[in-house]
Design a protein around this ligand. Structure first.
Ligand SMILES: Cc1ncc(COP(=O)(O)O)c(C=O)c1O
Length: 399
């Protein structure tokens, strides 16, 4: 290429695609870049367990390295891990997937989400999702050329997306519904009855459902319903799950997708050209997690439940109304009575009291007036954060 041609490209064209330009940076990360510069901050911010991955899981990965397992695996993931996942889904939900062609090991649920969208969407196809929702949902749809359609959910309705609320948003362009319950950021779960109504709607309008169940093991006093178990849903559901949250394995980057073989085959095609395979050490660790990790998960869930009760009670005591989360590890208190926006509140709280939370508005317009507070942190830190937030509310209370 001549010199003049390359300088012409630099001067007159942005190197960034219109789609990428249209996507806002993650409202979570944007906020947390601030954190590293402030000392003594208590963070209820980033959504990950404060537990280290259980030692036997780490050890399995170390042992596999010692044995020389440092290579690529099959694109789909190791046969042992796929078989174990199939066994796990079958024993937990009574649902059977063929590990040879209906399960794909991904680089976290994040990759599964991206693959699912790129696999099913044609340009302009619409995907319905709840608002507020996990920040990657609308972005993954837009990046795949689709259009995210947000359906408002409210505290009055326990932040549940309902079939009744979804139906008016269905158009000729609607390809799928994307749900993630237990929900990040609200901690809401969907009842089996409501999921059944959503499933009926999906069947009636011939829609796919992408069900992100990464928090499915983290529920408190309620049952998690796996959407694909509902009648007629196995073939129209892309089930996404992973190891990050329940097994405290965020850094290992292992997730999986389970669905009909045509969909998994197409997802595998993209995965083999872009990712090749998920890291082998992570896959070894995940295999051990499924084989022996249940009791550790149970202990962590008990611990999160204790902290959940403390934080919800604490918010109510300092004068913030707080919906009772039944899953994941987030509380979503309302700050509407303060008259501040979520972003204003979060920023002031950080500077004045050194407590980091995520503005609810980072998760969509319906998150405005709320804060996402992750309680997967030490109980003593939660108690101190509540004390500081109580002081902050008193100081800024509108009279
Ligand atoms: C709802 C939801 N789905 C997916 C992810 C990403 O999970 P993974 O670490 O498996 O990519 C997160 C992470 O916060 C999440 O909250």
């Amino acid at each position: 290429m001549s010199k003049s041609r390359s300088s012409h490209i630099k001067l007159s064209q942005s190197p960034i695609s219109e789609i990428v330009k249209s996507i806002p940076p993650s409202g979570i990360r944007k906020f947390f870049d601030l954190l590293s510069s402030i000392e003594g901050v208590i963070s209820l911010g980033v959504g990950e367990p404060d537990f280290v991955t259980p030692w036997n899981i780490c050890e399995a990965a170390i042992y596999s390295l010692e044995k020389g397992y440092t290579m690529y695996t099959s694109n789909k993931g190791t046969p042992e891990l796929r078989a174990e996942i199939a066994r796990y889904i079958d024993s937990r939900f009574g649902l059977s997937y063929n590990p040879d062609n209906e399960i794909l090991i991904t680089v976290g649920v994040s990759e599964g989400l991206d693959l699912a969208m790129r696999t099913i969407l044609n340009p302009g196809d619409e995907v319905i999702m709840p608002d507020p929702c996990y920040v990657a949902y609308p972005a993954s749809v837009s990046l795949a050329g689709g259009i995210p359609i947000r359906v408002p959910t409210t505290e009055d309705n326990d932040f549940e997306i309902t079939a009744e609320a979804i139906e008016p948003y269905i158009t000729d362009k609607t390809k799928a519904v994307l749900i993630g319950y237990p929900c990040n950021p609200t901690g809401a779960v969907l009842s089996k009855e409501e999921l059944t109504r959503i499933a009926d709607l999906a069947k009636r309008y011939n829609l796919l459902v992408i069900s992100d169940e990464v928090y499915g093991q983290l529920v408190y006093g309620v049952e998690h319903t796996c959407l694909a178990t509902l009648p007629g849903m196995r073939e129209r559901t892309i089930l996404l799950n992973g190891f990050s949250k329940a097994y405290a394995m965020t850094g290992w980057r292992i997730g999986y997708a389970a669905s009909d073989k045509e969909i998994i085959g197409a997802m595998t095609k993209i995965h083999q050209y872009t990712m090749l395979c998920a890291p082998i050490m992570g896959q070894m660790a995940a295999l051990e997690a499924l084989k022996t990790g249940d009791s550790e998960v149970e202990n962590m869930v008990k611990d999160y439940d204790r902290r959940r009760r403390v934080i919800v009670k604490g918010f109510r005591t300092i004068g913030l109304s707080c919906f009772e989360p039944k899953g994941a590890f987030y509380a979503f208190p309302s700050i509407k009575t303060t008259g501040m926006t979520s972003e204003e509140f979060a920023e002031k709280l950080l500077w004045e009291e050194k407590v980091a939370v995520v503005p609810g508005s980072a998760f969509g317009p319906c998150g405005e007036g709320y804060l996402r507070c992750c309680y997967a942190t030490a109980l003593s830190d939660i108690e101190e954060a509540l004390k500081r937030m109580g002081r902050f509310i008193k100081k800024h209370r509108k009279t």
